[in-house]
Write a new protein. Structure first.
Length: 195
């Protein structure tokens, strides 16, 4: 992945590709509000927009190597991913109960290739390693990260929900991400993260 020196998002994506969780958190802080706004416009509000936002940042983490600066900015890449996922949810919602009875051809989904099955297994193993690392964090740091990444809350929303000063929330998030990075570093170096 090539990026210009004056492209802070490109530099962050390079760090995300190197499995730097702090860089992902910085991308989130820079763009989550705009991406959430787009998801809400497509879906008409509700909790689904927050789920789309979570999906997009999980995608950014897992598929960071697929970002190509020659095809557009990081923000454009994230906006396209957000729009695509929001539209998929909208279509699924509109199709209602029939969705379960449609064929693979109607769903426009190919069966997984053997490589995809292996990658899925590696992803599940990596997810399990990450989940254990999160559980080992101090409770206050774990709570902040879970609210941010699993519920899609902004740091301000976390502060409001937990009645905690915003500065404290930011500190807990940063410390939690730094501890996660340290705990996961041996797996990243050995290539066991499934990326």
């Amino acid at each position: 992945m090539s990026q210009r020196r004056d492209d802070p998002d490109g530099a962050l994506m390079a760090r995300v590709e190197a499995r730097d969780a702090d860089a992902l958190a910085q991308l989130y802080d820079r763009h989550a509000a705009r991406l959430l706004g787009l998801a809400r416009r497509v879906l008409g509000g509700g909790g689904e927009a927050e789920e789309v936002l979570q999906d997009v940042f999980l995608f950014a983490w897992r598929a960071s190597a697929s970002y190509d600066a020659a095809r557009g900015s990081v923000l454009t890449w994230l906006l396209i991913a957000t729009r695509s996922r929001a539209i998929d949810r909208l279509r699924a919602r509109q199709s209602g109960p029939r969705a379960g009875g449609r064929s693979l051809e109607e769903l426009d989904v190919d069966p997984p290739a053997p490589d995809d099955v292996e990658a899925g297994s590696a992803d599940r193993q990596w997810e399990s390693i990450c989940r254990r690392a999160v559980l080992e964090l101090p409770g206050d740091q774990r709570q902040v990260l879970e609210l941010a990444y699993f519920e899609g809350l902004t740091q301000q929303e976390i502060a409001d929900r937990t009645a905690t000063p915003l500065g404290t929330v930011k500190t807990r998030a940063r410390l939690g991400l730094m501890k996660l990075r340290e705990r996961l570093r041996p797996y990243m170096k050995s290539g066991h993260h499934g990326a």
